[in-house]
Write a protein that binds this ligand. Structure first.
Ligand code: PGA
Length: 250
């Protein structure tokens, strides 16, 4: 019922030329693959070129962030109308690196989510706890607060455009993956909160991805968990063969 999503977050890597070289190798490796949705999040300077090349294929591309307004005096920002004008219908919101290094807040993520939905874009909202919060047994409370803030005033029909990525901060880029059981347990918590915010049908239909040191070596066990509806991959999505191997999990 929930079609899995395998998404690659390229962070601040790859020039347009490097992005196109990636696609040249990657697209043939996943040609015809329709068991899962495949999404790439390149940098802003590569996005238009990537969108052009993936048009008509089974791969989609989106932005790593955006502003919530259509235009204005906001130096350094990109708006939803600018993204949709280049054919971009996907956006990643609230990534922990934005929260940690650029003071992103869930209140702003909420504004961005509403803007994405009103522009007909699909949004992937990242949530996840710090190691200290997990050790203090605060994971459930942290996830609840994050999901509630991000989904404030979002209706069940609006939530159809929403995907949640559970990315425990201590597992991002560290090589430390949550065990499949830990991830499944956190996904349960998030689903419970989704039911609280948008009703049980939305909770059942919304895809919740896991992210944090996903690799070809651990993808099979992660995807074997019923609660895990896909993955958001950083480092291992930069190399065509390794990302294709992840897409073709068993
Ligand atoms: P990682 O990053 O796979 O390199 O841990 C995941 C992410 O930040 O989305």
């Amino acid at each position: 019922m929930r079609k899995p999503i395998i998404a690659g977050n390229w962070k601040m890597y790859k020039t347009p030329k490097e992005s196109l070289a990636f696609l040249e190798s990657f697209l043939p490796l996943v040609k015809g693959h329709d068991r899962d949705e495949i999404i790439l999040f390149p940098t802003m300077t590569s996005l238009a070129a990537v969108l052009e090349v993936v048009a008509g294929t089974n791969v989609r591309a989106g932005a790593q962030n955006m502003h919530w307004l259509n235009e204005g005096a906001y130096t350094g920002e990109t708006s939803p109308t600018m993204l949709t004008a280049i054919g971009c219908r996907q956006v990643l919101l609230g990534h922990s690196e934005q929260r940690m290094y650029f003071n992103e807040t869930f209140e702003r993520v909420n504004l961005k989510l509403k803007a994405a939905i009103s522009h007909g874009m699909d949004a992937m909202v990242c949530v996840g706890e710090l190691l200290a919060e997990r050790e203090a047994m605060q994971t459930e409370e942290v996830l609840r607060t994050q999901v509630r803030a991000a989904l404030h005033n979002i209706t069940a029909s609006e939530a159809q455009r929403l995907v949640i990525a559970y990315e425990p901060i201590w597992a991002i880029g560290t090589g430390a993956t949550a065990t499949p059981e830990m991830a499944a347990e956190a996904h349960e918590m998030i689903r419970k909160e989704l039911a609280h915010c948008c009703g049980s049908q939305t909770a059942q239909e919304t895809r919740i991805l896991y992210g944090g040191s996903v690799k070809p070596e651990n993808i099979n066990t992660l995807m074997a968990q019923e609660q895990i509806d896909g993955v958001l991959v950083g480092g291992a999505s930069l190399v065509p063969e390794s990302f294709a191997r992840i897409v073709r999990y068993e």
